[in-house]
Design a protein around this ligand. Sequence first.
Ligand SMILES: *Cc1c(COP(=O)(O)O)cnc(C)c1O
Length: 394
Amino acid sequence: MKDDRQLKIESALAQIGSLEDPQTGGVTFPIYHSTAYRHPGLGRSTGFDYTRTKNPTRSVLEEASAKLEAGDAGFACSSGMAALQTVFALFGQGDHLIVSLDLYGGTYRLLERVLSRFGVKASYVDTNDLEGIERLRTPNTKAVFIETPTNPLMMVTDIKAVADWAKPNGILTIVDNTLLTPFFQRPIELGADIVVHSATKYLGGHNDVLAGLIVTQGKELSEEMFFLHNSIGAVLSPTDSYQLMRGMKTLALRMERHESNALTLARFLQQHPQIEAVYHPGLPEHPGHDVQNRQSSGNTGIFSFKVKDARWIDPILRHIRLIAFAESLGGVESLMTYPAIQTHADIPQEIRDAIGVDDKLLRFSVGIEHIDDLIADLGGALQAALNETEGAEA
Ligand SMILES: *Cc1c(COP(=O)(O)O)cnc(C)c1O
């Protein structure tokens, strides 16, 4: 029998899909490939008709996701962008959204180059500035979209403050919770209506599955999202649903190690003579530190830093060996990227300048390797970069 007592999140994660196969008692859940399901009779259904609408393997993932995020319904999508597209399909001609200024580049591109074609307009603001948000509000404002912390500059938004402002105005609060996951932060408990994830990142955790998740709060919104998910059809395959659940079982352990490794590395870089600035909300000097501590139970493994000399960027990226120079984030392997010309290339120069994504900024997705090896790799690359530029000057 399935144990459905109120479990701590570590137990709920480890047990996703366990003991739910009544036929065999299998400890893990099977992958149902069938796209069609036999009807027992006219007007009757097993609950499954066609796999885009509902698939048994995907349902296990979706129900677990809803529970983890403290919402009513979960929807698994074929990518984080597919999840965002499905959520944004709530809006149409004339609707207006207020959006975090320091935004994932792909979300910005979707809003500005795709949603704009359907007459949806977005305005960007530091979502920690409630007066700034209020100034942007129009009678057509339908939602406020938040990333917290943001990537790459780790700006923190007070989710509860925004949701408390939005609700009486009839505005939805949507949070992209990719960087913290429900293990560290549950926006719905803070008043959000919708949570979105690129599950490709921490939830999957192994850089080997592309997936997105949506969790909704409230019956009406959940029914509307079910309709959009099925109508648009960007749903997650049964195999990828399994792969994602497999990753999620170890989320708690991974997040704890990501957090401690990232904090240790951030402190190492803070003391380092070649470093100009470190952006990590877990550091007491960070402007979002108190809000972050209040609304989350831990810190993401992502942080950014600026080197003092832009000429070091290229040699650092050539000399890191354990840490890979690659896009993406949230996997067990450490990855470093250069936002100005990679993840944020689609963000206009003036917005990049305004938020500080410049040519000295590196973003670090800290993996779960041993901290000593990570410090040695990064320290060695910084030293090699210094040697190269000094050699050039000599
Ligand atoms: C990666 C990412 C996305 C897009 O997700 P995909 O799975 O790559 O489609 C959206 N938001 C954030 C914060 C991300 O990091």
